[in-house]
Design a protein around this ligand. Structure first.
Ligand code: FEO
Length: 165
């Protein structure tokens, strides 16, 4: 069983995760326009991961007897000033998602909804990884500055790993 309030909050989180996928796909297109195929591959991979997050919430809400209700997905940004600006935006976005997950966890706790809290613990751990990965790439890009060689090396690294840096 799930309350209407929690159902609404979980539906909103499905939307946040789908928007994350949309944002990272938009970043993939931005990186492709710069011929940074490795960065683009990383973003495509990340977008797929975000869709899997959305589906975790989707399936959970259904299993709990809630009604999944999809909301409009807002249009993402299309351009960034630089790869560093794009990854700084990733980092900020992940911090925002962490705050959403934490808020959901508090709500589930206040309603003594144990299954939802347990499900959210996976996301709490996942967000530590998501934030850390973005922070590391921001750090590398800050170090690289305008070095073309540095950019190509990082592009290769990101392309090879798909996720992580
Ligand atoms: Fe689904 Fe990157 O948080």
């Amino acid at each position: 069983m799930i309350s209407k309030k929690l159902e609404t909050a979980l539906n909103k989180q499905i939307n946040e995760e789908i928007f994350s996928a949309y944002l990272y796909l938009s970043m993939a297109a931005y990186f492709l326009s710069l011929n940074l195929d490795g960065f683009a591959a990383w973003m495509k991979n990340q977008a797929q991961e975000e869709m899997s997050h959305a589906m975790k919430f989707f399936n959970f809400l259904d299993e709990m007897g809630g009604r999944v209700s999809l909301l409009a997905v807002k249009e993402p940004e299309k351009n960034w000033k630089s790869p560093l600006a794009a990854f700084t935006a990733v980092s900020r976005h992940e911090q925002y998602i962490t705050s959403c997950i934490n808020e959901l966890y508090r709500l589930a706790g206040s309603e003594k909804n144990n299954p939802t809290q347990i499900m959210l613990q996976w996301f709490i751990k996942e967000q530590v990884e998501e934030e850390s990965t973005a922070t590391k790439i921001v750090f590398k890009l800050t170090q690289i500055k305008d070095s073309v060689n540095g950019m190509w090396i990082l592009d290769k690294q990101l392309g090879a790993r798909g996720t992580g840096a």
